[in-house]
Ligand binder design. Structure first.
Ligand SMILES: [Zn+2]
Length: 347
């Protein structure tokens, strides 16, 4: 017995505990190509797969650091809502699910709002946190979009929403569906003020989110290979009893079919969105700032920029704005700016 307790048991315990000490997430499997990714390399590459360029989910605060100028931003508080008014329960109580997600993500709900500058332009961003119950949209998320829109109007800032969501949160029933018209009205208020509203579609954007505020942006940008659609591919195939084309509901497919204006790699978000905002808000872009001071063309540039912004508000897509620059609506400086933007985007 002594031999068992004094020798065998400690050996077994040592074996088990040493296995526990090995971190579980040193390697991450790419959901697209199934390639193994070392976590540190993945972090250095903005959470983009270095085998196939798939854009993996990015924690919201890291995304903000990547998007805002110099990684500087301030969080905007989202008012608390009455969670779980229906006292919903499936296999588990909804209240318990909420608590578990709050403990896991250290966030109140699936949306985070922050303000700062992009390309020197005041910007408010509302970003979905997919790690929190699949980024599903309930009352708290609706409140987040409304708060971001109000903040944008107050600050005369641009509004960017970054959806990454499985759709409406079924545990809140009709109350979650009510967030669809609610968020639409919120972003309309931003547009009424002539402020840009940009949607940056991240993987995946589906269900009630894609059927509301996510499809009414002035400009739609998507991350490469992001899945964007309403119902899933299999559900549609079963309903219409037809095979759907290859690449259906991907960002690239939607770009080819005119549903999104640009597919943009994560590494270029700050640069390209910054230039876009500068054009739309009639400010010299960071790249042009130095050059413009030399001549006195700033005023004409501002007017030309306003023309482009006006055409944008009238419903042109980003590509139409590019075409407008070819037809020479703008001054030479502005044309160069647009060309540079186009070049960066198509790289
Ligand atoms: Zn991959």
């Amino acid at each position: 017995m002594n031999w068992l307790t004094n020798f065998v048991r400690p050996k077994i315990q040592a074996l088990v505990s040493s296995q526990k000490d090995v971190p579980e997430n040193l390697w991450v499997k790419c959901p697209e190509c199934e390639g193994m990714l070392f976590h540190r390399d993945l972090d250095d590459n903005e959470k983009v797969c270095y085998h196939c360029n798939f854009h993996l989910a990015m924690p919201v605060l890291e995304r903000f650091k990547n998007l805002f100028d110099d990684g500087k931003f301030k969080r905007v508080a989202v008012p608390k809502v009455n969670h779980d008014p229906l006292k919903f329960k499936d296999q588990k109580r909804y209240a318990e699910r909420l608590k578990a997600s709050q403990a896991k993500t250290k966030e109140e709900d699936a949306i985070i709002v922050a303000s700062g500058q992009i390309g020197g332009c005041e910007t408010v961003i509302a970003a979905f946190n997919f790690a929190f119950m699949g980024g599903s949209m309930g009352m708290a998320v609706g409140e987040g979009v409304v708060t971001a829109a109000k903040e944008a109007v107050k600050r005369k800032a641009a509004l960017i929403v970054i959806p990454s969501s499985g759709g409406a949160r079924m545990q809140e029933g009709a109350l979650s569906l009510m967030q669809m018209p609610r968020t639409i009205i919120a972003v309309e208020k931003v547009k009424e003020q002539g402020l840009p509203y940009i949607v940056l579609l991240a993987n995946p954007t589906t269900g009630g989110v894609s059927a509301s505020f996510a499809m009414v942006g002035d400009i739609h940008i998507a991350e490469p290979k992001a899945m964007i659609g309403f119902a899933g591919k299999r559900v549609i195939e079963e309903t219409i009893r037809e095979k759907l084309p290859e690449g259906f509901q991907t960002a690239e497919y939607l770009l080819d079919h005119g549903m999104v204006d640009m597919v943009l790699a994560r590494q270029k978000h700050n640069e390209v969105i910054g230039s876009m905002l500068a054009i739309l808000m009639g400010k010299p872009s960071p790249a042009e700032k130095g050059k413009k001071k030399k001549n006195s063309g700033t005023e004409t540039d501002a007017i030309a920029n306003k023309d482009v912004a006006a055409s944008k508000v009238a419903g042109y897509t980003a590509s139409a704005v590019k075409k407008a620059s070819d037809v020479n609506v703008s001054t030479p400086a502005n044309t160069a700016e647009l060309k540079a933007l186009k070049k960066v985007a198509t790289k």
